[in-house]
Design a protein. Structure first.
Lengths: 314, 249
């Protein structure tokens, strides 16, 4: 855990100092106004936001994998990404994308709405079945893709660029108010999930087993899914859809550290933070004329990993 | 200790009544689908009876705090789940979960209980190995140790012998005897193998289509007419090693 913390601090320092222009921390602290603005108003909030978004995706991924007892679960599996993207796409089609704050807000509402819908669809006689949850999420995501396509077809091309950038995942234009908002969600999520972790980890051994050990499984599932989805929704709203962090990081952590959910949760948060900070840095400096989407970079890294994982599992 | 009165469940269990008053090795036998698993789940509080009552230590199951009940009653499902690979010692330690409070981690007494449980199950040498890389017999011993680590007084095992070869069946069955003798706990285990149940039990509970049709020591139940009636098994009785065995006719 200490190693990951140190790694995160180093990554954040490097990511703050480096960019399309190298700005030294010393110059900013010495009172250079331009350096100050670039570092503290542009880069630092972006780097902190990257860390928070990564932490949320790591937490949500480890939570979903444990709750669903499915190593292939990711934070978007219950329709969060589809709901958020559909919300953003519809807002774009209605020409609302030009107003600041509208797209993130609508995306967040879409994410929460989608999660609630998936839950209502999967719940039967006060019991929530993991397979039905997965299936509902999958089907709803497909439904949302259709809405997104239609909404895009109806959008003006000038609005479309911004919407597409958002869908590919970007932290461009991050502000301290974004940081405060997402930070609050991340902190609250961490506290609730940590308080639940002693019960939640038992679900990895099967529901009957957990229940026989005094775990109120329906309560744990409800809170676990809801919290993980809401914090994911908050992250998606500011960063767009950054894939594979939530899937990849818990597996990387498990390869290094074979603990249960209680250690997996904080370690995945730290690991996710490191990955997104680095991915964001690379996306900024690889091509200087333009910014590459972070979502693409994490996926470029994630797809080969996912495939090798699939090959190794029976 | 355990008092099951007129218990019914929507599917599988119909008006079952029996008591356990002293530490015993009890075999719960019956053909497939006779309600053995459901009955064990009802006693383990995994399911709630639709009618009737189950009391443990004079208190109805519903009146117990779930964690407190879990410290007294240990349950091993038929096919325990291990989605993510885990070391045997960590799996056994997770059996201590009912003793942990919200934010606490296992401490020295929990480690000791886990080590003792592994030793009882003759599995100390497996502690550092991963459960998904073990043979069926090794796995079953580790899962038994996990139940024992919780130091329960009533142990419910659903088909603990089902996936084992004959050598491991013997080993695990003997282990069940050891557990009753060493820990003073009562073990109730489900099985559909009559001969094994008779050889390794103080008492047999026989279920058929959800009902309890017999409750007696093994010697009283090993009769061809009885197994033909309830198990649809055409058997002949032979005597070997001073015990009755049912063999196909």
């Amino acid at each position: 855990m200490l190693v990951l913390m140190a790694l995160l601090l180093v990554a954040m320092e490097v990511a703050t100092v480096n960019g399309s222009a190298h700005v030294s921390l010393r110059a900013a602290l010495a009172g250079d106004n331009i350096a100050r603005t670039i570092l503290f108003d542009v880069r630092l909030p972006r780097v902190v936001l990257a860390a928070l978004v990564g932490a949320i995706l790591g937490m949500a991924g480890s939570t979903f994998q444990t709750l669903l007892r499915n190593p292939f679960a990711d934070p978007f599996i219950l329709g969060v990404s589809g709901g958020a993207a559909a919300g953003a796409a519809v807002a774009t089609a209605l020409g609302l994308a030009r107003f600041p704050g509208i797209v993130p807000f609508v995306a967040f509402c879409g994410a929460c709405g989608a999660t609630a819908a998936v839950f209502l669809l999967a719940r039967r006689r006060e019991y929530t079945d993991a397979t039905r949850l997965l299936l509902s999420g999958l089907v709803l995501n497909a439904f949302f893709s259709a809405i997104i396509l239609i909404a895009f077809a109806l959008s003006r091309s000038s609005d479309l660029t911004a919407a597409l950038r958002w869908m590919m995942g970007t932290l461009f234009g991050a502000s301290w108010s974004d940081v405060a908002l997402v930070g609050a969600f991340a902190a609250a999520g961490l506290i609730v999930l940590a308080a639940l972790s002693n019960d939640l980890r038992m679900l990895a051994f099967g529901e009957d087993d957990a229940k026989s050990r005094g775990v109120d499984i329906e309560r744990v599932k409800l809170i676990g899914f809801a919290v993980a989805s809401i914090i994911t929704g908050a992250a998606v709203a500011v960063s767009g859809i950054i894939g594979f962090v939530g899937l990849l990081v818990p597996h990387l952590i498990r390869l290094i550290w074979r603990g249960d959910y209680r250690s997996l949760l904080p370690l995945s948060a730290l690991g996710g933070a490191v990955l997104v900070v680095v991915a964001d840095l690379v996306s900024r400096i690889l091509v200087t004329s333009s910014e590459l989407p972070i979502g693409a970079f994490t996926a470029l890294l994630g797809v080969p990993f996912f495939l090798s994982l699939m090959r190794r599992s029976r | 200790m355990l008092d099951v009165r007129g218990v019914q469940f929507t599917y599988g269990v119909n008006d079952v009544t029996f008591q356990v008053t002293e530490p015993q090795l009890i075999a719960l036998v019956g053909p497939n689908g006779s309600g053995k698993s459901t009955l064990l789940k009802l006693i383990a509080r995994v399911l709630t009876p639709s009618r009737g009552e189950i009391a443990f230590d004079g208190r109805l199951t519903g009146q117990w705090n779930p964690k407190e009940y879990a410290r007294s009653v240990g349950y091993l499902p038929q096919e325990p789940d291990t989605t993510f690979s885990i070391r045997a010692i960590d799996l056994v330690l997770s059996g201590r979960a009912p003793y942990l409070s919200r934010f606490s981690w296992e401490s020295a007494p929990d480690d000791r209980a886990a080590e003792t449980a592994l030793a009882t199950c003759d599995a100390s040498q497996l502690a550092e190995r991963y459960v998904d890389e073990m043979s069926g017999g090794e796995r079953q011993r580790v899962f038994l140790a996990r139940v024992l680590a919780g130091e329960p007084r009533l142990i419910l095992l659903d088909e603990p012998l089902a996936s084992l070869d004959v050598a491991h069946m013997q080993q695990v069955s003997a282990l069940l005897r050891t557990i009753v003798r060493q820990t003073g706990a009562t073990v109730v285990y489900a099985t559909h193998d009559l001969n094994w149940a008779a050889a390794y039990s103080d008492r047999m509970l026989v279920m058929e289509r959800g009902s309890l049709v017999a409750d007696a020591p093994a010697a009283d139940l090993m009769r061809p007419d009885f197994v033909r009636r309830y198990f649809d098994f055409d058997a002949e009785l032979v005597t070997a090693n001073g015990r009755a065995w049912l063999v196909p006719r």
